[in-house]
Design a protein around this ligand. Sequence first.
Ligand code: BEZ
Ligand code: FE
Length: 292
Amino acid sequence: MAIDLTEETITAAVQGTFAGARDARLRELFVSLVQHLHDVARETRLTSEEWFTAVDFLERVGHLSPPTRQEFVLLSDILGLSVLVDQINHARGSATDSTLLGPFYVEGRPRAENGADISGGVTGMPLFFSGGAVDPEGRPVAGAYVDTWHSDGEGFYDVQQADRLNGETAMRALLATDDDGRFWFRSIVPRYYPVPTEGPCGEILRAAGRSPMRPEHIHFWLHAKDHESLVTMLFRGDDPYLEKRDAVFGAKSSLVADFVQHDAGETAPDGTVMSEPFQTVEWTFVLAPDRR
Ligand code: BEZ
Ligand code: FE
């Protein structure tokens, strides 16, 4: 075995060290990763200073990744990797399109009954959401769990205002579809917002002159027995940032919903005669059968 390695031979030498890996998939992933990492260094003639800067950057990303603030997820998002992995794994078919999860999903969300107000007391324009879950043949999916979460009318999630909300969750809940595959809730109208930019990912966006904005959306994660789970979001058609590029590449025309504006005095879907303007959104999610 030759001890001395050159720019030409080091890649195969490193890849060869994975030959004994018991897990064939792990071997495949690392051999490919080493190939592409080394090619980047060779192609760009990466300097030592640039390499140190990159390592320092990743270290700072790691420091900013507590459970409610995943800078590593955000890095994957702004580089388009999260959406690419979603596209590779969820080919477009008859089911509702999926898109990225984002960093603001939290497991400790409250369970809510259909019709509940999930705003958690955060004020804003009332929003009444009425949804359904069906299979590709249009048959209702009863008992599907539906996670939903969204920002407030200023573009902030509850986890971004924990001090103001005393750490309570708001504008998020876990619901379930009824026997007709329906679910519905009341909340407040969200708004477009910038992805968090105070951390290392913000440095990249600023250096590239990129917009940090995401168009207004509501997140959904549906899980039902015998169906593939669906991670998706609904966007509003007249959002000013929909036509501009979503900072994390997650917007899709197939996920644009009608946010219908209503005047004060009109009757809301729950039968309340509203004393203020409000919006309604309806959407039916199509769940693919489980292929496993
Ligand atoms: C979100 O939609 O919650 C989100 C996605 C990616 C980055 C930041 C936020
Ligand atoms: Fe979001």
